[in-house]
Design a protein around this ligand. Structure first.
Ligand code: F0G
Length: 418
């Protein structure tokens, strides 16, 4: 028996979960709703059971809340999840507490694995042999890996030509996906993939596929579990296509509705100044989002001017009394350098969230006595050129330039000031 349905976020139309469908007939996005009363009849005992199920992978542990309709036999996993929650309050005493949920510590080094365990497993359940996505790099890496792990699935990825890092490009190629560089930006790739999947029988695995959002809910749920269900005042998260902030909100809302948490945090989404349609919409009191041409940024994974999930994201931002902030290239790169130095390797997109948290604190929106969790979305190793370029340029505030000397002891002693 199916415990889930698709429901339109606008007109309330409902569809069978077994259908391959990404939008309502009215054109709006869908969300997946579960019969949680049946899936989790006793939320308090379910909550207690989670502590004894730590040997299970995260997706299976939280599955009654994530996607109870997925048959276990269809599961495709690479042991994603159970990522670290670093407490860095010692370095940032201006916060009551500051913690980093490092989603870069997943198998393909980004949070996208959380959504692919549900998306690719569901594709496997539906018998889809071809899966596709448009991507700024991380979705394609995750989709290609999980398609590779599935028994009979071919991944196809559309990438904005020349706009992703070499490490991100290496991943889908190495995982065996058919990789196509398109001479456009992410928004152009996204339009193309939607047209293609309307016409052909290829399963779309961008986050506009609401099945993926269900897997991504695990990030917030797992964080709360690690916090022993003590709700922080804020979650701060970078925003591109706006799927992840939608997932975070939905998961937290459901935890609250089940009585597993007793209050709601606030949400803060952060963008770069050159790619900030959500920020501008927030500033105009959430008026209609005006798509823009996203400007190049070091945070290339969120160089997106027309976020597909903005309506879902705005709904969550309103529900969680949220805010949206924007940061400059200097702010994000300087914060990347400072966090990397703590031994926590982060990508420029994650640094956008860190810089946003600092800015919101400086502007008095995040208060001194508040508890803050920042979601780090990918690992720094996906963007090594960005780090090397930053550190080689001595005009950057936190540059740590490498030195080159001949093989000579005196020269070595001299540069080491010995
Ligand atoms: N951080 C990283 C590292 C990302 O790769 C993305 C999105 C985001 C943040 C933003 O998440 O789109 O759900 O708001 N990357 C997508 C991709 C677009 O194709 O890999 P979002």
């Amino acid at each position: 028996m199916d415990l889930s349905i698709f429901k339109c976020i606008s007109c309330d139309n409902e569809y069978n979960i077994q259908e391959i469908r990404y939008r309502c007939d009215c054109g709006e996005l869908l969300e997946v709703l579960h019969d949680l009363e049946t899936a989790i009849p006793n939320p308090q005992s379910w909550k207690e059971s989670l502590d004894v199920n730590m040997a299970e992978i995260a997706f299976s542990r939280y599955k009654p809340l994530l996607f109870p309709s997925l048959p276990d036999i269809a599961l495709i996993t690479l042991s994603e999840g159970d990522t670290p929650l670093y407490d860095v309050t010692h370095s940032f005493p201006q916060f009551n507490s500051l913690k980093f949920k490092h989603e870069g510590m997943n198998p393909t080094l980004s949070f996208k694995d959380r959504g692919m365990v549900s998306g690719v497993s569901w594709a496997n359940h539906l018998g889809c042999e071809n899966v596709i996505c448009a991507s700024t790099g991380d979705t394609s890496a995750a989709m290609a890996a999980y398609a590779g792990a599935a028994p009979n699935m071919k991944g196809i990825v559309l990438l904005p030509q020349g706009k992703i890092s070499p490490e991100q490009l290496a991943q889908p190629i190495a995982f065996g996906a058919l990789t196509v560089g398109i001479e456009t930006d992410f928004d152009g790739c996204m339009k193309l993939v939607q047209k293609l999947t309307e016409k052909h029988n290829i399963y779309l695995l961008n986050s506009m596929n609401s099945v993926r959002i269900e897997g991504q809910k695990a990030i917030g749920i797992e964080t709360l579990h690690q916090l022993n269900w003590k709700v922080p005042d804020w979650f701060v998260i970078p925003v591109g296509n706006a799927g992840n902030i939608s997932a975070l909100g939905k998961g937290l809302r459901e935890l609250f509705e089940l009585g597993i948490i007793d209050k709601l945090p606030r949400l803060a989404g952060v963008q770069t100044e050159g790619a900030s349609p959500m920020y501008k919409s927030f500033q105009n009191g959430y008026s209609e989002l005006v798509p823009e041409k996203a400007q190049p940024t070091k945070a290339s994974a969120i160089q997106i001017g027309d976020p597909v999930s903005y309506k879902k994201a705005m709904k969550e931002l309103k529900h969680f009394n949220g805010v949206v902030e924007a940061v400059s290239e200097t702010e994000l790169m300087d914060w990347k350098a400072q966090i990397d130095r703590l031994g926590i390797s982060i990508c420029p997109n994650s640094a956008v969230a860190v810089a946003g948290a600092m800015k919101l604190h400086d502007n008095g929106i995040i208060k001194e006595n508040e508890d803050v969790v920042v979601i780090l979305t990918a690992h720094g190793s996906k963007f090594s050129n960005t780090a090397v370029e930053y550190h080689q340029n001595k005009t950057n505030k936190f540059a740590n330039q490498t030195l080159t000397i001949p093989p000579n002891l005196e020269k070595l002693e001299s540069v080491l000031s010995l």
